[in-house]
Design a protein around this ligand. Structure first.
Ligand code: 8IG
Length: 269
């Protein structure tokens, strides 16, 4: 696995070349990474030009036992060429950070200057009912896992673009903002861990997105982060967290999420 990504930029260029062949599209404009199970959301973006399993591209490994098969879709959204990743690799799959960020680097190599990172997550604000989308304003890389190598000192201020957040609020003025704290997972948090997150200023908890955002910043992309709160964080309801209920809430809100993202795409134009 490590050999495959010995030169991450070269690996991404290879994948972008194959992407252009498979889609017939030389350059994409915007990439969107969707949580698994949100296929319906992507249907609202525009006309699907091509769709294929992510494993068709070099550097996209088959799903691990803990993962989900990924699909890649090229969409024409009124002339904006959108590259949609349905499903992603997670750190908890145990294959390291390279497969997690390879899609982001591939998108950059394919010409994307903008990336929309989405996820399902837990919320610490009790007013965020399951199904509430929240804009990511900043993140906490709690475990320090990074896709950068060596002395790559890059700026992390305004990582999640204020400009793109305000475009999102043109579509939905009620959108709240949060600070995304990343855990490795796959277990959910203990109530004490949620207490820690609250103490350090986090309001969203999840298991993805952070390394992708760092890789996107390194590649010079403008980043929008949108979290879908599917559950109140551990210890807040008096009930245990159920993965089935979390999935159900995600599915129920996929359509709403898709409409929001489609609106944001139109406003970016
Ligand atoms: I969906 O409550 C979803 N993903 N870490 N905690 C963490 N990840 C999540 C949660 C949650 N809900």
């Amino acid at each position: 696995m490590t050999d495959l990504y010995e030169d991450p930029k070269a690996a991404a260029d290879e994948a972008a070349k194959k992407l252009a062949q498979l889609t017939g599209v030389d350059q994409h404009d915007v990439a969107i990474v969707l949580g698994s199970g949100w296929g319906h959301a992507a249907d609202l973006f525009g006309r699907t030009v091509a769709e294929f399993p992510a494993t068709e591209l070099p550097g996209f490994p088959p799903p691990s036992a803990l993962g989900h098969a990924g699909t890649i879709r090229s969409v024409d959204a009124d002339g904006i060429r959108v590259l949609v990743f349905l499903g992603r690799s997670h750190l908890y799959e145990g294959r390291g950070v390279e497969p997690v960020v390879h899609p982001v680097r591939t998108a950059a190599a394919a010409g994307c200057r903008t990336i929309v990172l989405t996820n399902g997550c837990g919320g610490l604000d009790p007013t965020w009912k399951p199904g509430t989308p929240v804009l990511i304003a900043d993140h906490l890389n709690l475990f320090g896992v990074t896709p950068l190598r060596g002395a790559t000192f890059i700026d992390m201020t305004d990582l999640y673009s204020a400009r793109l957040r305000s475009i999102a609020r043109e579509v939905d003025p009620t959108l709240a903002e949060g600070v995304y704290a990343q855990f490795l997972g796959p277990q959910y948090e203990t109530p004490a861990e949620i207490g820690m997150v609250r103490a350090v200023g986090g309001t969203l908890v999840g298991m993805s997105t952070v390394q992708e955002a760092i890789a996107a910043r390194e590649a010079g992309m403008e980043i929008l982060g949108v979290s879908l709160v599917t559950n109140l964080a551990a210890g807040m309801t008096g009930q245990p967290l159920s993965h089935a209920e979390v999935l159900e809430a995600g599915k129920a809100a996929a359509e709403h999420m898709g409409g929001l993202l489609a609106g944001i795409l139109r406003h970016m134009a």
